[in-house]
Ligand binder design. Structure first.
Ligand code: ZN
Length: 235
């Protein structure tokens, strides 16, 4: 095989690998982002439950303090009751006491309600924690794999670009220019392997005289339609 063609084939092989790596490198960041988001969402739903529990517990403490205040109030009323002079005053104090006792019962109902809500949420919290532990470790593993892949691909890409630089130094300028031009216009492959008179790059028929020359394999030839280098390999 022609030496230039051989070098161009090596170049094309490197370019195929570079193209594949670049394609993968484009996909990976969004996949990594997606996994990170999933992990954050899991943690967020767990945190949301924890915050809700905290709020309800603060609510409950507030209600308990209200009861404390009302009980103090009742104590004071009872002390006053011992010292009252008039019947009117006595009745008024009793009414006030009854009102405070009623309010305490109301608040106690509210506290029971809050306790029930807290208990339900704590069950949910436990479930969410189990779910988080299970899923987070799977996501963590996936994330690690993707990040390692990213690092490896970046290194591979560097190596390939280095190899490419060394390789093109030994390809003459006119062939290299044509290779780069076809690659830019038509994309890979730049070298079309053929075993009939049809270009495998653009699927157009190669004129008979040109085809004969290619079969003889004397000169490096390009497809007159798409410009790709043509390499004849009989099947
Ligand atoms: Zn062609």
């Amino acid at each position: 095989m022609d030496n230039v063609l051989n070098l161009l084939l090596q170049l094309q092989e490197i370019d195929f690998q570079i193209e594949n790596i670049k394609k993968r490198l484009k996909e990976l960041p969004s996949q990594i982002k997606e996994i990170t988001q999933k992990k954050e969402e899991l943690l967020f739903s767990l945190d949301k439950i924890k915050t809700e529990i905290k709020h309800l517990e603060a609510d409950k403490r507030e209600r308990e303090l209200e009861i404390q205040d009302l009980e103090d109030k009742i104590k004071k009323i009872e002390e006053k009751l011992l010292k009252v002079k008039t019947n009117e005053e006595y009745k008024a104090l009793l009414r006030e006491k009854a009102k405070a006792e009623e309010k305490i019962m109301e608040i106690e109902d509210e506290i029971l309600n809050l306790m029930e809500q807290i208990e339900n949420l704590k069950k949910k919290e436990q479930e969410a924690e189990v779910e988080y532990k299970e899923k987070a470790s799977i996501l963590e593993k996936e994330l690690n794999e993707k990040e390692n892949e990213l690092k490896k691909l970046e290194k591979d890409l560097n190596d390939l670009e280095e190899q490419r630089k060394n390789l093109i130094a030994s390809i003459d300028n006119s062939h290299l220019k044509r290779y780069e031009m076809v690659k830019e216009k038509k994309g890979l492959p730049v070298i079309a392997v053929i075993n009939s008179d049809t270009c495998s790059g653009c699927f157009m028929v190669i004129p008979p005289r040109l085809y004969n020359e290619i079969v003889k394999g004397k000169n490096l030839t390009n497809c007159p339609h798409c410009g790709r280098f043509l390499l004849y390999i009989p099947s």
